[in-house]
Design a protein around this ligand. Structure first.
Ligand SMILES: [Zn+2]
Length: 405
């Protein structure tokens, strides 16, 4: 009899536990500002081929943002890195041209659809635009490479609305070491030993201009030095955690703690191979496809024609026949770990959509609510979810802008 009572009690406790969350994910999703800190734009963005005001093949366009309740996003001025050892003025000019093209397209989007989306320059702008029923667009620069051999252009980019700058991308640059040295160019872990002298100038210039320093894609030394040097909080705009998936792009616990101590935020990224480690078989399969197609180097892959890219994508997709793609649950495991180590005030969300991002359940902006549903399921309160979905990032943006000048 006693035994039965004990069982009954534990069963009812379990039942209680299961419905600790009486929150309705739809309501929570509608109540909070949802901000995705990393959405790439293709080079043909805002041309008739790729007009985000229409239904597109892109993972993010205005209709998908509305359908999925995605309120705000950083659209990215991304510039691929070329071999910094062979740099010359022509290479910098090329990089600048790519930056101009992407920036112009983002600006054009906000000018073409002023009733639907507006460029935000401040955290207060994001809140005001959201209240007005429109989407907020912010601008991030991924890779400081096009700034060239000085930091003189930083105020100009700040004026245009760039609100974070990623110090590096794949491969070291003039500012610092990347988390992923370009082995094709003979790079090893350390080129500068973290930030170069120019990289230190860049952190100072970004602080002064009210632009957030972004350490995603940087090497650990680069990141730690940037945090020490910055007078305001820094961000990792799209990174995962190493404890869940040991990928060079992800942050270890020491890095998570450093971000938290600095008042910053890690925006957990929904990028399949950073969320879930590829199996040895999957890695071997991709290497085989690359070898078959003569695409072993990063340079060869970034120079693929449209047809070759389509073939490459088709073949590499078969990697998911070997092991399934990462899911929203796998993605939330990274959020849980980051919250455990860094605290609820230092974690956020990014998709890397149209730049390789997407996980099963959150494949495009129209499916954004499933992320909120997963967080509700895991017992996060609405106040927690508000912080994770944008509150933390807006706090950092505010602090960085307050500290400018
Ligand atoms: Zn990236």
């Amino acid at each position: 009899m006693k035994k039965i009572t004990a069982i009954t009690i534990s069963v009812s406790l379990l039942a209680l536990g299961a419905c600790t969350s009486e929150l309705d994910p739809k309501t929570v999703h509608a109540n909070v500002i949802t901000l995705d800190t990393h959405v790439d734009v293709p080079l043909n963005y805002m041309t008739p081929e790729m007009d985000p005001g229409t239904d597109t093949v892109a993972q993010v366009d205005l209709n998908k943002m509305v359908a999925g309740g995605l309120d705000a996003a950083f659209f990215i001025v991304y510039i691929p890195q070329t071999d910094i050892a062979k740099i010359d003025e022509a290479k910098y000019a090329e990089a600048r041209k790519i930056a101009e093209t992407r920036y112009a397209a983002i600006k054009k989007m906000t000018e073409t659809y002023p009733e639907r989306i507006e460029l935000a320059f401040t955290a207060a702008d994001v809140r005001r635009i959201h209240k007005s029923g429109k989407r907020a667009a912010l601008i991030g620069m991924e890779n400081a490479f096009p700034l060239g051999p000085s930091v003189d252009d930083v105020p100009m980019w700040a004026k245009r609305g760039v609100r974070y700058v990623g110090l590096t991308h794949f491969g070291h640059n003039q500012f610092g070491d990347s988390s992923n040295p370009n082995k094709d160019d003979g790079q090893t872990t350390d080129m500068h030993g973290g930030l170069s002298p120019l990289g230190k100038d860049l952190v100072v210039a970004l602080n002064k201009a009210g632009i957030m320093v972004d350490v995603s894609h940087t090497g650990k030394k680069t990141m730690m030095q940037a945090i020490n040097l910055s007078t305001v909080p820094v961000i990792a705009s799209h990174s995962g955690v190493k404890a869940v998936a040991d990928n060079a792009r992800n942050l270890d616990d020491e890095q998570l703690r450093a971000l938290a101590d600095n008042g910053g935020v890690v925006q957990i990224v929904a990028f399949d191979s950073y969320v879930k480690v590829r199996t040895a078989e999957q890695v071997a399969y991709i290497a085989q496809v690359q070898a078959d197609m003569g695409l072993e180097t990063r340079a060869a892959r970034s120079a693929m024609s449209k047809d070759v890219r389509a073939e490459y994508t088709k073949r590499t997709k078969q990697v998911y026949d070997i092991a399934p793609r990462a899911s929203v649950a796998n993605f939330a495991d990274h959020i849980d770990h980051a919250v455990k180590i860094a605290g609820i005030a230092h974690v956020g969300i990014s998709s890397d959509f149209d730049g390789g991002g997407g996980v099963v359940g959150w494949e495009n902006a129209a499916e954004t609510e499933s992320v909120t549903a997963e967080l509700v399921k895991r017992g996060y309160s609405e106040a927690d979810i508000e912080k994770i979905w944008g509150g933390n990032l807006l706090r950092v943006l505010q602090a960085v802008q307050d500290g400018a000048g």
